[in-house]
Design a protein around this ligand. Structure first.
Ligand SMILES: [Zn+2]
Length: 96
């Protein structure tokens, strides 16, 4: 449930204007919610899970995206770690 920042009136989900005072609310809400993507970017799957549970009440789609982003970054991180470990093990084995 979200409320208008100007008059405190209850806002319908995904509404762009407040039905009571006419304040445009859609843009500012959308802009602010994008900051949640920083959590999975900085903390990968841990940040993704945290932002998912915080955001899912207000924005289920954003919550899911954060979770997916965290999972993808974690997979990339593991892949990079495995490749660099394998590469260093290979060079160590070759005597470099
Ligand atoms: Zn209002």
């Amino acid at each position: 449930m979200t409320f208008c920042s100007k008059c405190g009136g209850e806002l319908q989900e995904n509404s762009v204007y407040c039905t009571k005072c006419g304040l445009k609310v859609g843009d500012s809400m959308h802009k602010r919610s994008r900051w949640w993507y920083l959590l999975p970017i900085l903390f990968s799957i841990v940040g993704g899970v945290i932002s998912y549970f915080i955001v899912k009440e207000n924005d289920p789609r954003l919550a899911k995206n954060c979770l997916i982003l965290g999972a993808i970054l974690t997979i990339i991180g593991i892949a990079v770690g495995v490749v660099s470990a394998a590469t260093s093990a290979y060079f160590w084995h070759m005597g470099f």
